[in-house]
Write a protein that binds this ligand. Sequence first.
Ligand SMILES: [Zn+2]
Length: 213
Amino acid sequence: MAELFGINAKHLIESVPEALAPCEFEVKFDKVKGHKITPRVIVVHYGVTRSQKELEQALLGNDYVSAHIALTARGSENKITQLVPTNVQAGHAGANAFWRGQPNVNSFSLGIEINNPGPLFRGADGLFRDVYGRLWDEEEPLAAPHASGRFPAWRLWAPYTAKEVLAVELLCRSWIRKYPTIVDVVGHDEIRRDKADPGPAFPMLELRARLFE
Ligand SMILES: [Zn+2]
């Protein structure tokens, strides 16, 4: 097996790197309606979700929100789903996003959504819950302020697994090889003032350094 993702002529993943095994993989879309794009930047998100199924439903279930990849690598759930070909525009960055001063980020970016609830809150009972009040009983949350200084009430974050970070890195490496026009990877929180994802628990600075410096 290869070290990187295999990507075919239709801009769809056709094989997953050995380092991510075991990993279920699926291509799932019923319509390709976006404009053609030449990707220049990769944007990383969390889905405010608790399962791959919930994440996929959020991205497939409406006409305005989509992303190229939805992924989970947590516990027994290991799955990467491609929802939009990587030469087609998805709807993940939003209208108020700017990358290096340029608007319409969806028109030149690839979006990766990770199944992760984002901020967590400790209740009077000492238990952690997500923004929807659902119990978080997995790893200890990361205690850190958001680097932007925004979101002062959000101080605890659901960790990403090492395998999720590796999956994002290998997706980036595979796409950079396929599309030499890609010159950056950013968090959604770096290109939109009202977004906190992927937040302090994701090693964005380290990933960017490994890929581009
Ligand atoms: Zn986002």
